[in-house]
Design a protein around this ligand. Sequence first.
Ligand code: ASP
Length: 345
Amino acid sequence: MIRSTHTRREFIRNSAVAGTMAALRPTTTSFAGPLAIASKNGLGAVARAVEEINQGADALDAVIAGVNLVEEDPDDLTVGYGGLPNAEGVVELDSAVIHGPTCRAGAVASLQGIKYPSRVAKVVLERTDHVLLVGDGAQQFARTHGFTQEDLLTNQARELWVQWRENLSNRDDYLPPHGPDDVDLGEAIMRNEEHWGTIHCSAIDLQGNISSVTTTSGLAFKLPGRVGDSPIIGAGLYCDNEVGAAGSTGRGEANLENCSSFLIVERMRMGDSPQDACIYACERITQNTHLARLKNDENEPAFNVSFYALNKHGDVAGARIRGAGQMAVADQNGARLIEMAYLFE
Ligand code: ASP
């Protein structure tokens, strides 16, 4: 079902999110944290980020400490250690960080064998004249700076990859377990929501400074070398200390084509609330989706993208292209999940 702009905006106004936004809005125009937002898998991450901020940490160190919890979690199949591998069974990680007060960024893409790509991205920011390192160069750089190389493929992720490989086609030599009478083997396993995922986290520290991080193992079973939106400044995250921050999870190709996170921050600069800015980016992707294979019978994008945003005043919100969803937020009152708005059922 398509929600008209009018209906949708009323939905937003009436939603639980709007209530949460009001509760988070301070009486002054500039908000001094702690405040952190993240994708739904970041409930622990935002709690950790706020804990760090309360102890005096800079927002960038706080968000990195937060997402490290997910990067090292073997049970999150979409980030860091335990992330689903590429088509060849190799885990390749993407991450970027932005430090609002100094307008600096660092990123790594297609990084193999290093558990904490967000930490490597921060070292790129601090100790190079570059923003983005990829592949072998990124790994070499990480090792130079003392990061340990390790096998990131867990048994759980390896088994899922083998299942995907066996069911990809019945015309190749990889087949799922079968008996003498089975004919129809290898009904393709489509990528579903479980095969997407990433963590984005943005925060405001006690000085009112904003920083962001996005970190992921990217699209499950991707082509080796495929880079998504997460390590690309302006696509998978953006942060402007004077305005706010935005980040995303979901189909990275859509964000690469639409510079979505940059778009959200610029919309907030022009006066949009975080929620309206996130919805605007969902609408922009919808308008720019022309390929039939990416649409459903209702002519809507058949894929999902989720956005998370906060502004300088401490307002937070998120929106998705498809269906209800939640995001994580933490402030002085603790960490919780809040509802996100959406364009299509
Ligand atoms: N955005 C990520 C990528 O395209 C994946 C995801 O969030 O699911 O690599």
